[in-house]
Write a protein that binds this ligand. Structure first.
Ligand code: 5GP
Ligand code: ZN
Length: 137
């Protein structure tokens, strides 16, 4: 098994696990962006969100919802930024789906999700929405 997160889930390599469920494991990021930076991962290997089975996705998001409050409370944080780098082109470095939960404070110097984008849009909203609706069906 070469995937590092599969190995953490299997208990083959150490991690600071904060929650373990049949379908989901949550552990501290080894290079935290802030104290309490947690990664929530599905047991089954899937590279991207689109590769998750529905039940895996349900369990993953349920765990994120269940952990967000306790992570915030444990660190005395004002909120959490929750995000997924979904695909190599987005900066995903470990190709096993993982949800970042990062505690936030008003003066922590970090921005919102909006601050990672330079807002380079080219197409009108209606055209974009229609294109997506066609594929969603
Ligand atoms: P990504 O950029 O793929 O969304 O984030 C991967 C995260 O996994 C990074 O924040 C990185 O610090 C973390 N990470 C990489 N290797 C390990 C490891 O072996 N153990 C733990 N706990 N975290 C890791
Ligand atoms: Zn894996």
């Amino acid at each position: 098994m070469s995937c590092i997160f599969c190995r953490i889930v299997a208990g083959e390599i150490p991690a600071e696990v904060v929650a373990r469920e049949p379908e989901v494991t949550a552990f501290l990021d080894v290079q935290p962006l802030a104290d309490g930076h947690v990664l929530v991962v599905p047991r089954a290997h899937a590279a991207c969100v689109e590769d998750l089975e529905q039940a895996e996705a349900d369990a993953l998001f349920r765990a994120v919802v269940r952990l967000a409050g306790p992570v915030r409370e444990a660190l005395g944080a004002a909120g959490t930024t929750i995000g997924v780098n979904n695909g190599e082109a987005t900066g995903q470095t470990i190709p096993h789906v993982h949800v970042h939960i990062v505690p936030r404070w008003p003066d922590d110097g970090a921005g919102s999700i909006h601050t990672i984008f330079p807002r380079r849009t080219r197409r009108p909203l209606g055209e974009v929405a229609a294109a997506i609706r066609r594929v969603v069906g």
